[in-house]
Design a protein around this ligand. Structure first.
Ligand code: ADP
Ligand code: ZN
Length: 221
């Protein structure tokens, strides 16, 4: 199964995507994480995309689609994956559909929308901190989902850091970019696929609802 996580920045795509990936044994792929790693390593790709990300703009479709196709060609995603942060435009959604139809037509494809009111988004994002250990990547919120010990990851003990783009100015930009694309993107999935929308007010409840939906959905593509 391929699950696409849709939602504004800070809506919980990463947090919920990671929980689902462990429960369902599906690889979690976050384009944001891939891009941030490329930037920290200062690769050619990293240098090319850095200014888009720090300005809250989308990385161009061409570059993003190529990056995802390469990742989806690896062995650990033969049975499916959880895609977090991709697609973000209809062009990306079409490219993904075409790619998976050619590569793995029998696997189901489902989109989950995390529908959080804008009034909550800025608060969520400016309070977000992330584990600095890339292979862990746990996400915390300094108001609603605090680490047990300040600045330290509960899971792996590494230090917690704040993402450079998680400031008030950039998040408003990212939110505007999200709304510029979201209507069309949601329509694409409502029409071409299956779309399940949930307001993830309580994390546990949202995860349970999504899992119940996925279990009850016996249809194929
Ligand atoms: P968030 O959902 O909180 O915005 P992400 O880690 O998903 O965080 O994305 C961070 C940034 O990476 C985005 O603001 C954008 O610049 C870039 N990015 C991630 N995924 C995509 C994508 N599918 N298309 C274009 N740019 C992307
Ligand atoms: Zn950690």
């Amino acid at each position: 199964m391929y699950i696409v996580m849709l939602g504004a920045p800070g809506s919980g795509k990463g947090t919920i995507g990671k929980i689902l990936s462990e429960d369902m044994r599906l690889t979690h792929i976050s384009t944001g994480d891939i891009f941030r790693e490329q930037i920290s390593k200062q690769t050619e790709l990293g240098k090319k995309i850095e200014s888009y990300i720090s300005n809250g703009m989308l990385v161009p479709d061409e570059v993003t689609i190529e990056t995802v196709k390469t990742r989806l060609s690896e062995d650990d995603v033969k049975e499916g994956a959880i895609l977090d942060g991709f697609p973000r435009t209809v062009a990306q959604a079409e490219a993904l559909r075409d790619f998976l139809e050619a590569k793995n037509p029998s696997q189901k494809r489902i989109a989950i929308e995390l529908d959080v009111p804008d009034s909550e988004i800025v608060k969520r994002v400016v309070n977000r901190v992330t584990c600095s250990n890339k292979s862990c990547g746990a996400i915390y919120n300094l108001e609603t989902r605090k680490p047990k010990q300040e600045g330290i990851c509960d899971i792996c003990g590494s230090s917690l850091t704040k993402r450079a783009d998680d400031n008030e100015e950039t998040v408003s930009k990212r939110l505007a970019v999200y709304h510029a694309n979201s209507k069309e993107l949601l329509e694409f999935y409502a029409k071409n696929n299956r779309l399940y929308s949930v307001y993830p007010k309580q994390l546990d409840e949202a995860v349970a609802n999504i899992k119940a939906y996925l279990e009850n959905d016996k249809g194929s593509n």
